[in-house]
Design a protein around this ligand. Structure first.
Ligand SMILES: [Zn+2]
Ligand SMILES: [Zn+2]
Length: 159
């Protein structure tokens, strides 16, 4: 799979093939590593975000959502920032990434809906990595973070 990052240039998404203008790459998020349209990422970093030291370079699928743990324990459940969980399609490594202001909210929601059907093993894998994946009961948190406090939460059964 040809997933390449042109130096200081436009970024071609390894998944949906959309060319993301470099202006998008500097839109409020440091070390942006995922496509704002389909939210797929690329396994580029090894030790820290932005180090670009990984030899893997395989596409990473947005597979769920989590909340960034707040500094204070009591904030953890509802106040943390909404984050995407990416899983490498090649080596299965997990990483969590900030959602950028121009990421497609509908797509983030779709990732959340799909994640509800993930196998139990995937949840275990997340737990082993210290990541608490959001579940059906967290739908309100997801809506509020994506659309603001006035968001109308549709009466969908999140089965
Ligand atoms: Zn894409
Ligand atoms: Zn990988």
């Amino acid at each position: 799979m040809k997933a390449h990052l042109a130096t200081f240039g436009d970024f071609k998404c390894a998944h949906c093939r959309v060319v993301v203008p470099s202006a998008h790459l500097v839109s409020g998020v440091n070390n942006r590593n995922h496509c704002p349209y389909c939210l797929w990422s690329c396994h580029l970093d090894l030790y820290a975000a932005g180090d670009r030291l990984s030899a893997c370079k395989a596409p990473m699928k947005p597979m769920g959502l989590t909340l960034k743990a707040g500094r204070k324990k009591y904030q953890r459940s509802t106040r943390g920032e909404l984050m995407l969980i990416h899983q490498c399609t090649e080596c299965s490594v997990l990483s969590i990434n900030r959602i950028a202001a121009d990421d497609d909210a509908e797509t983030v929601l779709a990732v959340f809906q799909e994640s509800l059907a993930l196998a139990h093993q995937t949840h275990i894998l997340c737990e082993e990595n210290g990541i608490v994946m959001l579940k059906a009961g967290d739908a309100k948190i997801v809506y509020t973070q994506l659309y603001g406090h006035q968001a109308e939460i549709p009466m969908i059964s999140w089965a």
